[in-house]
Ligand binder design. Structure first.
Ligand code: F6R
Ligand code: MG
Ligand code: MG
Length: 365
């Protein structure tokens, strides 16, 4: 067995500039400085970035998944950035850090995290997808397309290394249970679950031989906090090429902007727009929800990159289409299905307003 590398992505919104639109450069600088000063002996490499108002720390190391050292390093970097956010009176300073004291694992603490541990292949292309103004279920549709849909991924048909299919680990975020489903054999069962993106989320995808292929952040901030504190703005790691989807097969599902939950006040359905880093600041009605894709080649754990993959003009039409869908949905205003279904509104500020009407209802004869 060769040496194992872990790729960890930990993300948090610790203050917006302006409102919930972006991260102030001083926060990114602080997080960068913090990791530079404190990652010696812990990290092989790191890259500090953002999408919308969320800071994403992309880190490589040899400590494995769930390492208290790595998790507390990220937590402390977010704490340091929070201090800057407070000094600048940025919006929602420290919003995703739900607890004061750190207890060894970032799970349940507020920030989203996803990690994969693997033996680095002779060449190891990976994509880190990061979304803002949406929730973890936003990855269900693209992950299904990448790893189970031959109309998206021709490799499933013609590459003998992919032909046997993949295994999907699906989490029920309400019951806190998981199930593994194998494709193509169990495609229909898989779709029974993952079509309900607010509850069932694809946590990870594995090759049939058990190699990790993809992993996503799946925590639900509102469940953790017990009240509305914004959407989770998830991240996703996908390993590419040589038996995994080609880079282009991993990006292709985003060419047709699918509807995701989130957008304004975490209460609306909207198209997920694939954008370059330059276009990653959501402002129209606090959106529309968007996704960036940063590609890296790993070199003994070093992050060679990034390549800003959605900068390709090939995604211009997807952006146009997303804007058209956004126009259409916006005309519906506060009506469903633009506004989310009542079940999904439970963790927004709506129930507080509904409470005031409760006593005014009378029985109908
Ligand atoms: C969505 C989001 C924003 C806020 C909205 C209201 O995830 O963060 O759309 O919900 O700007 O924010 P508050 O209630 O803080 O004024
Ligand atoms: Mg925010
Ligand atoms: Mg955000």
């Amino acid at each position: 067995m060769g040496k194992k590398i872990t790729l960890t992505v930990i993300k948090a919104d610790v203050g917006g500039f302006v409102g919930h639109s972006e991260v102030h450069p001083a926060l990114l600088e602080k997080a960068q400085d913090y990791l530079e000063q404190n990652s010696n002996g812990l990290l092989i490499d790191f890259y500090v970035t953002h999408v919308g108002d969320d800071i994403n720390l992309i880190m490589t190391h040899e400590k494995g998944v769930d390492s208290p050292d790595i998790h507390s390093l990220a937590w402390d970097a977010f704490k340091a950035a929070t201090e800057v956010a407070k000094q600048l009176k940025l919006y929602g300073a420290g919003q995703d850090l739900l607890h004061d004291a750190f207890s060894g694992n970032i799970k349940g603490m507020g920030p989203g995290f996803t990690e994969i541990e693997f033996e680095e292949r002779p060449s190891e292309p990976v994509i880190v997808f990061m979304a803002d103004k949406t929730e973890p279920g936003a990855w269900n549709y693209p992950l299904y397309k990448m790893f189970a849909d031959p109309f998206n991924t021709i490799g499933l048909v013609i590459d003998p290394k992919m032909h046997s299919g993949f295994k999907f680990e699906v989490h029920d975020l309400i019951q806190n249970k998981k199930i593994i489903l194998s494709t193509p054999e169990e495609v229909y069962d898989l779709l029974v679950l993952i079509g309900a993106c607010g509850r069932y989320c694809i946590k990870a995808v594995y090759s049939k031989s058990g190699q990790i292929a993809a992993s996503s952040t799946t925590q639900k901030l509102n469940f953790l906090a017990g009240k509305y504190v914004g959407k989770d703005d998830p991240a996703l790691i996908v390993r590419c090429q040589s038996g995994f989807p080609a880079v282009g097969e991993a990006l292709e599902p985003f060419s047709n902007p699918h509807l995701v939950s989130g957008w304004m006040r975490g209460s609306h359905s909207g198209p997920l727009m694939p954008v370059s880093m330059k276009e990653s600041t959501p402002t129209r009605f606090d959106g529309p929800p968007r996704v960036v894709a940063l590609g890296f080649q790993l070199n003994q754990g070093k992050l060679v990159g990034p390549q800003d993959l959605f900068a390709d003009v090939g995604f211009d039409r997807a952006r146009e289409k997303a804007n058209e869908i956004a126009d259409y949905l916006r005309h519906l205003g506060p009506f469903e299905p633009h506004r989310l279904h009542l079940d999904e509104m439970e963790y927004t500020t709506l129930p507080q307003v509904m409470k005031n009407l409760k006593d005014r209802f009378e029985n109908i004869d």
